[in-house]
Design a protein around this ligand. Structure first.
Ligand code: PNS
Length: 162
């Protein structure tokens, strides 16, 4: 039987416990999960793609998760085709995420009808969590303990000297 390969794409700037939660759930459902970090985004990221990939790899290793971490640029569906993936995984936290995610999922389906987008919900403890809020709270001196893996907290401290 053909194995099911799922791509979990995102900016991961930085990875949060919400992302980690989705990766853990995805790893139980699919034969292979590839965390795909977007490079060459128009937004100026806080962490370089190498830093983001390095952090994610170290965290997944800590959690004993055999999940591949890669970078991609250009169209997500083109990358997914190259990886022979059948699934794109996206995390949905609240209803507010749905509209944008629906647009992306339907556009991706139009571009590549053979790839299905699967929406997954993280634990409700992370339902308000985003990388953007983590960056903002940390920059302004707030605690992000419990919201990101300890390795990310350390990296944030090194990046944003407080
Ligand atoms: O973590 P993010 O920033 O919400 O992830 C967004 C991402 C990377 C999934 C999305 O921007 C994307 O797929 N970009 C690649 C370019 C692309 O394929 N655009 C068309 C999507 S409909």
């Amino acid at each position: 039987m053909q194995k099911t390969v799922a791509i979990y794409p995102g900016s991961f700037d930085p990875i949060t416990n919400g992302h980690l939660d989705i990766i853990q759930r995805g790893a139980k459902l699919f034969d292979e999960v590839i965390v795909a970090v977007l490079v060459n985004s128009e937004k100026a990221p806080l962490f370089t793609s190498e830093e983001r990939v390095g952090m994610i790899r170290a965290i997944l290793k800590e959690h004993g998760l055999a999940v591949r971490v890669d970078t991609f640029g250009g169209l997500l569906v083109t990358y997914a085709q190259k990886q022979k993936a059948q699934v794109i995984v996206r995390g949905i936290r609240a209803v507010s995420d749905y509209e944008y995610e629906l647009q992306m999922a339907l556009m991706n389906r139009r571009l590549e009808p053979r790839i299905e987008t699967v929406f997954m919900m993280p634990s409700e403890a992370y339902s308000y969590l985003s990388s953007r809020l983590v960056r903002e709270v940390f920059k302004l001196g707030g605690s992000v303990e419990g919201l990101v893996p300890p390795l990310v907290e350390k990296a944030l401290r090194a990046k944003i000297k407080t």
